[in-house]
Design a protein around this ligand. Structure first.
Ligand code: SAH
Length: 232
């Protein structure tokens, strides 16, 4: 009896390993993701759609989750953090209205996926991650993928990245309970910031700066991991 149970478990284990390792045409599922989750929900910016079609999302998730990389939701990336749902990446990127000449700051590198999407669409990308192991993995991953226009730093994104400010675009992928004033200062004139603000649920906000005036617009309710502060 026990023997049978063990052989059953071993067989299941082998099947699971084969399933995870099987060479797969991820470009096919990626195309379906863009059609069904992104275009179907109204994302129109062709360049954003192209970037989502190009960047291999399965390379940004832990190996055991590769097969789930193109599903319609966030996924764990370790250290209690997640890679965002593809649609959220798409809408936040579209809101930045990138032409290709911009300098963009991201707060919350995580897996590096959002940074790679930005790397396809902007001239220079600066991304800050507070958790060192995640910052290191993302940096190596982006380097190996050949992104020479993305700089990763380990630090507290609440403080922005003064050395390279001002930024034409700022995207925050963790949630503070208020818009960090330093990020508004580091936003260029005519620049756009996309940021979730609030506690357990947040409102995704678009912040623009025109003639020195800061205008904030609510976009949609979202759910992000909280912004961690260094002293916490
Ligand atoms: N953009 C990521 C997903 C972000 S998850 C991706 O594409 O995978 C949010 C990330 O923000 C987590 O990795 C978390 O560690 C990081 N984070 C939280 N507080 C932060 C802070 N103050 N500064 C920088 N990064 C922070």
């Amino acid at each position: 009896m026990l023997h049978k149970k063990i052989s059953g478990l071993v067989a299941l284990g082998i099947l699971f390993t084969l399933w995870v390792h099987a060479a797969d045409d991820f470009s096919h599922v990626r195309k379906k993701m863009v059609e069904n989750q992104i275009k179907a929900r109204g994302i129109k910016d062709e360049k954003v759609l192209e970037a989502l079609l190009k960047v291999p999302r399965h390379e940004f998730v832990p190996f055991l989750y590769r097969r789930l990389a193109y599903t319609d939701g966030p996924l764990p990336i370790g250290h209690g953090q997640t890679i965002s749902q593809p649609y959220i990446v798409a809408i936040m990127t579209e809101l930045l209205s990138l032409d290709g000449d911009e300098k963009v700051l991201e707060i919350g590198t995580g897996s590096g996926y959002q940074a790679a999407i930005l790397g396809e669409l902007a001239k220079e990308v600066y991304t800050i991650e507070i958790l060192e192991p995640l910052a290191n993995i993302a940096q190596k991953r982006l380097e190996q993928m050949g992104y020479t226009n993305i700089k990763v730093k380990c630090g507290d994104g609440f403080l922005g990245w003064q050395e390279y400010a001002p930024f034409d675009g700022i995207i925050v992928t963790c949630a503070p309970d208020q818009i960090p004033p330093i990020l508004i200062e580091q936003l260029a004139e005519g620049g756009r910031m996309v940021i979730p603000v609030g506690e357990s649920w947040q409102e995704l906000k678009l912040v623009t700066k025109e003639d020195g005036k800061v205008i904030t617009k609510d976009i949609i309710p979202v759910r992000f991991v909280p912004m961690i502060r260094k002293e916490q």
